[in-house]
Design a protein around this ligand. Structure first.
Ligand code: PMV
Length: 335
């Protein structure tokens, strides 16, 4: 069988997936809306060999960490089962961005692996089925299969929980300017965060407002209404974090009142964005399960926003934040 290589972009959620109906199937409790990120990609090649007695997984030029290799093999087992085949494969993967920078490598990684493995094993699948399969590997990976701006429909069974394109990448020239304030890895994984979300007394109210939130974000996106879009996505990010911050848990044997993903620099940026907007700069923020602040602005504001960030960085004592700029990007594709 031949070697097949696929590339997929990570994605940034404007309406967040936070809380699962089924952890085994990665069925979310609410729908979500995202944009593929041009600067964050995973490239994965898959080549089946009859002589192998296990999958051989490498990341860049190194043997993969055992946990990562296990996740890959578990996903490969799903694809082997679908194809009714048993051969193992050489799987090589590399990311365009370092781990711990606030980009979901599991999203781009599982999307690229799904596409490469499905083709390498000789299955033919439509986009919708590919999104379902990628979702089983990692929830948000389903949103990295279609291109541009994507909605993941929650669904209550596996076949009904899939992702579709809302608009192609060229629909709207907006940017994600990610400000990576620290490269420390987070203590509470998003998998645990999803589980703990239901402990929050505010989870229910977030859940109840979701259908309306999804409608408003989708409509603002389709109408390219930046002020409305910005207000909705910023409020949404805070709503997800309000749930996280009020999800009590025990971690490392200690009791914690909630999950706090922000660092002092995250908070400095949040405050600065409000000031910048008052002074006329069109910029809003969103935050995933980590301290990285994603600044969303029209593409022609790139220089002004980066200038403002660098000035703030100086005021904070020259922190050496890294900045990663992404435009809307295409879906997963073969190379
Ligand atoms: O796909 P996971 O389990 O890494 O969860 C993603 C969670 C968020 O990034 C916080 C939100 C989202 O929808 O991407």
């Amino acid at each position: 069988m031949s070697k097949i290589t696929a590339i997929a972009h990570s994605n940034l959620a404007f309406v967040k997936y936070w809380g699962k109906r089924s952890p085994e199937l990665n069925l979310p409790l609410n729908g979500s809306i995202s944009m593929n990120l041009s600067s964050a990609t995973t490239t994965t090649s898959v080549e089946f060999h009859d002589a192998l007695s296990t999958d051989i997984v490498t990341v860049d030029e190194h043997e993969a960490a055992p946990d990562f290799a296990r996740r890959v093999t578990k996903h490969m087992d799903r694809i082997r089962a679908l194809a009714g085949q048993s051969a193992y494969a050489y799987i090589h993967t590399s990311n365009s961005f370092p781990a711990g920078t606030g980009f979901a490598s599991s999203a781009s990684g599982m999307a690229a692996l799904t596409l490469a493995a499905v083709h390498a094993i000789g299955l033919s699948m439509e986009e919708r089925a590919l999104t379902v399969l990628a979702r089983l590997g990692s929830g948000s990976a389903c949103r990295s299969i279609p291109g541009g701006f994507v909605e993941w429909l929650a669904g209550d069974t596996t076949d009904k929980s899939y992702a579709v394109q809302i608009a192609p990448p060229e629909h709207w020239d907006i940017l994600d300017i990610a400000v990576v304030v620290t490269e420390e890895t987070k203590m509470i994984s998003s998998s645990l965060g999803h589980q703990l979300a239901l402990q929050s007394p505010f989870w229910q109210s977030r859940y109840l407002m979701m259908p309306e939130r999804l409608d408003r974000v989708r409509t603002a996106l389709l109408n390219r209404d930046f002020p409305l879009f910005g207000r909705e996505i910023e409020t949404e990010a805070i709503s997800m974090h309000a749930v996280a911050m009020t999800s009590p848990h025990t971690y490392d044997q200690g009791w914690h009142s909630g999950i706090y993903y922000w660092s002092p620099d995250t908070m400095a940026l949040i405050n600065a964005v409000q000031r910048w907007r008052t002074n006329g700069l069109p910029v809003f923020f969103t935050l995933d399960a980590g301290p990285t602040v994603h600044l969303i602005c029209p593409a022609d504001q790139q220089e002004a926003v980066i200038g403002a960030v660098r000035e703030l960085e100086q005021q904070q004592g020259n922190q050496q934040w890294s900045i990663v700029v992404s435009r809307p990007a295409p879906g997963a594709h073969l190379l």
